[in-house]
Design a protein around this ligand. Sequence first.
Ligand code: PLP
Length: 377
Amino acid sequence: MNVYLDHAATTPIDPQVISHISGLMEEVYGNPSSIHGPGRLARQKLEEARKTIAESIGAKPKEICFTSGGTEADNIALISAVRVHGVKNVLSSPIEHHAVLHALRHLENQNEINLHFAETDSKGHIDLDFLEDWLKKYPGSLVSLMHANNEIGTIEDLEKIGSLCHEHDAYFHTDTVQTIGYFDFNLAELPVDFLAGSAHKFYGPKGAGFLFHRSGCEIDPIFHGGGQEKQRRSGTENLHGICGMMKAIEVMDEQRTEFAPRMQKLKQYFIETLQSEIPEIEFNGDPKGESHYTVVNVTLPHFQGQPLFFAHLDRAGIAASGGSACSGGGKSHVIQHLRLDSDAVTVRFSIGRHTTEDEIDYTVHKVKEIIGAEELV
Ligand code: PLP
């Protein structure tokens, strides 16, 4: 049996998205910046995608800038807050994705910011009292905190964090790469200034993403050239990828009321089955509290050697990961931050819209077999 449980790394492309992109690839080939017919048709498709994506998250079309994905959107937001809006003090958390952490470290190394880190509890939640005290000390700053952590699934309350930021005249950037499409967003009301999304996390193609930047929170381009995206992001737009992203968000919006509760139940089933089959297993994050319904992160007993475990898992046909896909199998900075015994084997399973109970049963059976076999060695 082959089981894909790495949807937080990337999702397969939805068949409706594939047929939408294929049709466009045959019919729409113009450059959206060209003024002739084929160019105008491409422009029309691009703006239709912008409008649909904006409507889906309660934003205005002009607040959406297309990017190559989440990393680029995060980078543009952080760099813009500093270079356009004159932010000097930045607060983030040690368990952010590297797209945020490394971008901020870069700005710090260039002496452009003073970088501070919020405290988290053992489940990965941000200490809101700490945040409030920090904001009182550094008004007019930038706060960058993710919505759902990509490794442990812990979810932060964007409404509360954003309101605190705005009470203290701070900008709020949030990395919502794991949650766009999975939850309802209404940016007309949510106090967020910059937000990042990436199509390949919600059954769209790789290489397409977007940055939401609230009107008044203007951005500084990191690519310079032809002035596409109203001077915000030069380079011919990835039209087919962007239109695929539009279709993917439409499918998520149409089907969310069906798949979200079903996946929530499946996650619960996964947790209970793991607990009953492997009683000493430990769950990381906040699995029974504020947590994304896609992610189950566990630390396994009786097994030494992360690479060996994943080799066994792969041989059993199960795709899961130790942390974020981009950490390349290395030690997870998130788990290292949250657990003292970070040498133990930690696995992130992330379920998808098509994951079944049978696949969960097979996975739990194989995990038990692998750690049992090691005990005998
Ligand atoms: N932020 C988070 C939380 C992610 O999970 C990822 C992808 O792993 C990224 C940012 C980067 O997104 P992309 O792969 O689209 O650059």
